[in-house]
Design a protein around this ligand. Sequence first.
Ligand code: FES
Length: 169
Amino acid sequence: MTNHPGGVDGLPEELVAKFDRELAEVLKRYPPDRKGSAMIPALRIGQRLFGHASPAVQALAADRLGTSPSRAEEVATFYVMLETHPTGRHLVEVCTNVSCSLSGADQLYAELRRRLGVEGGGTTADGRITLREVECLGSCGTAPAMLVDEEMHEQLTPQKVDRILGELK
Ligand code: FES
């Protein structure tokens, strides 16, 4: 990890300082010799501050937690809630597992792809929305469900999806 005048490994200095402050709060809940166990929250802080858990963010988290960048990469590439590539300003994740599928999620997802002009995992040309299909969101009883920027939306209907999309700027 190198500190350049413009920031740490190209990351803006002021955001790195914010990352350090937020991570320090998280680390109060971990024994000092178990800092490495805070990799998921560290990467999630980095993702929120820097846009995604890029290799530079992974290196920063690894450095602060006293572990290797490869350990950070393992975690960043394993969990679906961690983005290793840039996404749109909003992330729309549609569950298409059994309960949601039986409740119309496939049609909703197909309509979303058509309307946004993207395939699964794609981002709209204006950078507004990244759309993707995900596994069960744990809302099977109120299917179909989708996450928008980590906010759960349930019992979706085409009208409800229209309204939600309309609110994304
Ligand atoms: S199957 Fe969609 S939330 Fe469980």
